[in-house]
Design a protein around this ligand. Structure first.
Ligand SMILES: O=C(O)Cc1cc(O)ccc1O
Ligand SMILES: [Fe+2]
Length: 434
């Protein structure tokens, strides 16, 4: 790679333009008869050509060889990476809340691809709807291989260990607390500079993630566009052989390449990977009374065809001040239409201070009742309501309009907390008719 130290372009969905060699980006046209440095122009579109301008995404890549130069694909069986509502064993999904202890990172050599385990999924990759939530449990960098996902965009939430991500469009260094999104169809590889690493992945089969509308909040707030960081062009020199692993139609495939797929010398456009530091999230909350809906914590949303009812919302619960008066401050008890998958990057989550651990997960599907555990209820209903800062904590939620189906790995892989529902059984009747 030619770029050290890493630099980024700022903004969300901009018309970015970047070249690793001076003059490599054609000016005034996209596909000149001969491009500078005899590079091949190549288009990647992330939306239909005719998608409305505001949601149209495409980029022009100027590369040493076009992507079509690759060997034949063979099936690459990886049973842990599952797709869509058929991801489970096939039986009905019990209407139970589920929780998982932290997923242990195995000792056997596993890179990001082989260490990926699907926990829950919904929708259908063929219909471009729904999503999967995975964990990755990896202990070595992807050596001589690259990954490309035709089924969806990949939102990575590192929980332990930094990720050094090489993409066709440049490189990103992502630490826990930050997230990274690689669009559908962009080739990437994951190196692990910190050794054994764990994190969560949202594989979004639906509409690409975008910033939520701000409504009465106004023109600033939540995740601000300028805090998103997209890499500058960087390319690998020389004839290095690669294995290209492709997710396509719910299955994995592998093809040999006699050169690096990371051979893009310049690019421009608005379809690009980006990272975001959740520390920059401008959190909004109640400064009078009551616990607001968690939609105020939406970082990114993938809409569905029904307005306001997301294919997937990516929501964070970051450090913040709690100041609401005469208010039960943790989440209320609730049953929701939307299905909720949660993970914890670090610290404690206020509704489940003990049982929900960093590196673990929970699932509350459509209309499955849940809320603070007994201990959290006792504490919060008696606490003296001073301004209080929730510190050193970062939980998140992938929330979807479609019910999640847990996989075999999720149910029988050893991390399931079989006593989860016990955490509410101490909620005795307190009602007294006077
Ligand atoms: O269930 C959860 O812990 C997530 C959540 C948090 C909150 O503050 C309100 C609703 C909600 O689903
Ligand atoms: Fe909830």
């Amino acid at each position: 790679m030619t770029v050290t130290p890493l630099s980024y372009q700022s903004g969300f969905g901009n018309e970015f333009a970047t070249e690793a060699l001076p003059g490599a980006l054609p000016q005034g046209r996209n596909s000149p008869q001969r491009a500078p440095y005899d590079l091949y122009p190549e288009l990647i579109s992330g939306t239909a050509f005719t998608a409305p301008r505001t949601v149209n995404r495409r980029s022009w890549l100027y590369r040493c060889r076009p992507s079509v130069v690759a060997g034949r694909y063979r099936a690459y069986a990886r049973p842990w990476w599952r797709s869509g509502a058929g991801a489970g064993a096939g039986g009905p999904v019990a209407p139970e809340p589920l929780r998982w202890h932290p997923f242990p990172i195995p000792d056997e050599p596993l890179d990001f691809i082989d260490g990926l385990r699907t926990l829950v999924a919904n929708g259908d990759v063929e219909m471009q709807t729904g999503m999967a939530a995975h964990v990755y449990l990896a202990n070595r960098s992807m050596q001589g291989r690259a990954l490309v996902n035709a089924d969806g965009e990949m939102l990575l939430v590192p929980q332990q260990g930094r990720l050094f991500i090489t993409t066709e469009l440049g490189v990103l260094d992502v630490k826990p607390g930050e997230i990274v999104v690689v669009p559908r169809g962009i080739v990437f590889k994951v190196d692990l500079p910190d050794g054994p690493s764990r994190g969560y992945v949202c594989e979004n089969y639906g509409a690409f993630f975008r910033l939520p509308e701000l409504g009465p909040i106004g023109s600033n707030g939540l995740a601000n566009a300028r805090d998103f960081q997209t890499p500058v062009a960087a390319y690998e020199r020389g004839e290095v052989s690669y294995e290209l692993v492709k997710k396509f139609g719910g299955a994995l495939w592998s093809a040999p390449m006699s050169h690096s797929p990371f051979n893009v010398v310049a690019w421009h456009g608005n379809l690009a990977p980006y990272k975001y530091d959740t520390a920059n999230f401008m959190t909004i909350g109640s400064i009078s009374h009551d616990h607001p809906d968690p939609s105020i914590f939406t970082v990114l949303t993938s809409p569905s065809d029904t307005p306001g009812t997301a294919n997937c919302d990516f929501v964070i619960f970051p450090p913040r001040w709690l100041v609401a008066e005469d208010t039960f401050r943790p989440p209320w008890y609730h049953r929701n239409l939307m299905s909720e998958f949660m993970g914890l990057v670090y610290g404690q989550y206020d509704a489940k201070p003990e049982g929900f651990k960093p590196g673990g997960a929970s699932l509350h599907n459509c209309m499955v009742p849940h809320g603070p555990d007994t201990e959290a209820f006792e504490k919060a209903s008696q606490a003296e309501l001073q301004p209080h800062k929730l510190e050193h904590t970062l939980a998140f939620m992938f929330e979807s309009r479609w019910r999640f189906v847990p996989t075999d790995y999720a149910l029988t892989g050893g991390a399931l907390d079989t006593n989860y529902a016990e955490c509410w059984q101490g909620l005795a009747q307190r009602f007294k008719e006077i």
